[in-house]
Design a protein around this ligand. Structure first.
Ligand SMILES: Nc1ncnc2c1ncn2[C@@H]1O[C@H](COP(=O)(O)OP(=O)(O)OP(=O)(O)O)[C@@H](O)[C@H]1O
Ligand SMILES: [Mg+2]
Length: 296
């Protein structure tokens, strides 16, 4: 992984960091130093994490004693995918915020590759984690700028290879100027789906050990939908991935599915295991998936 990202000086408050559809890296974001933000640094330097993730009896409250995550435990081996499903407010985003060390946990521990995340240098930790969000953040600049984040070390061939893997290369070539097309030009008409695909190219180029994906719920056209599903498969292959998942196709393929409810894990297991159990996931699946193919 390349560690020479030029900072973009994007200023975001600590909540918006995860809402901007951008990769949450200290090199990309300037996280403001709010008093309750966890910024104290560990001293373990690490360039390349493998990506084993372990939550061990994690309790967390934004406001004293009002726990929004209660006794959360799970382990992901390097390369595995976890799909988190749960209603609004169940704690999905909080789990990924904790992995990025945006907050201190109250009890328990979070480990990556057997090291407590509080012991890592924050920069190093975040350089290994990419967050891809629903609302894709594009800035005024070319397609290439937007996917490389103006990192001059990323070669054109790498950009093209990543765009081909994601399945958006042909589309980019059709734009006036191709990879030099300014995505914010007046009249620029990139669809939601195309913007998402660009954010996937960005994440693929970043090549993080751990990928966090907040799958968009908004519907895109059928053609984009097929492309996006294919692209998500490419993106999560061979890396630890945590997906706040809405697509049945993503959920089904995950190694583990976590059903979260009011901060508690109701169930965790594979698609087949959970269906067999005929519990919460089975009910969700029956009620929502069969009706609309998506869990909104
Ligand atoms: N910054 C915050 N300060 C105080 N409470 C918060 C904050 N962020 C989230 N919460 C609360 O924590 C709980 C879990 O929120 P979280 O955002 O993790 O849920 P979620 O599962 O991601 O929901 P959604 O599906 O709507 O994105 C909710 O009760 C929410 O109101
Ligand atoms: Mg959320």
């Amino acid at each position: 992984m390349n560690l020479l990202f030029r900072p973009l000086r994007v200023i975001a408050d600590k909540f918006n960091v995860l809402q901007m559809g951008m990769i949450a890296s200290e090199r990309v974001f300037k996280v403001l130093d709010n008093e309750d933000t966890t910024i104290n640094d560990g001293n373990i330097e690490t360039k390349h994490l493998k990506g084993k993730v372990e939550f061990n009896k994690v309790w967390f409250a934004y406001i004293e004693e009002q726990y929004v995550l209660k006794d959360i435990s799970f382990t992901l081996k390097a390369g595995e995918t976890l799909a988190i499903v749960g209603h609004t407010g169940s704690g999905k985003t909080s789990i990924i915020s904790l992995l990025n060390r945006l907050y201190h946990i109250n009890k328990g521990s979070i480990r990556i590759d057997e090291t407590n995340i509080e012991d890592f240098r924050l920069d190093d930790l975040r350089a290994n984690i990419a967050v891809v969000l629903q609302d894709v953040f594009l800035f005024s600049g070319s397609v290439k700028d937007n996917v490389t984040l103006r990192n001059p070390d990323i070669k054109d061939e790498e950009v093209e290879r990543a765009a081909k893997m994601i399945g958006i290369h042909d589309f980019i070539l059709q734009l006036p100027g191709g990879y030099d097309y300014n995505v914010m030009e007046r009249g620029a008409t990139l669809s939601l789906g195309q913007r998402q695909l660009l954010s996937f190219v960005r994440a693929l180029l970043y090549d993080p050990a751990i990928l966090i994906l907040d799958e968009a719920t908004s519907s895109v056209d059928t053609e984009s939908e097929a492309l996006i599903q294919h692209a998500i498969d490419k993106l999560i292959a061979n890396r630890t991935s945590i997906v706040i998942a809405h697509r049945l196709s993503t959920i089904r393929k995950a190694n583990k599915i976590m059903v979260l409810d009011k901060g508690e894990i109701k169930e965790i297991g594979s698609h087949d295991e959970l269906l067999e159990k005929q519990g919460f996931y089975y009910q969700l699946h029956k009620m929502q998936f069969e009706k609309q193919g998506n869990l909104a």
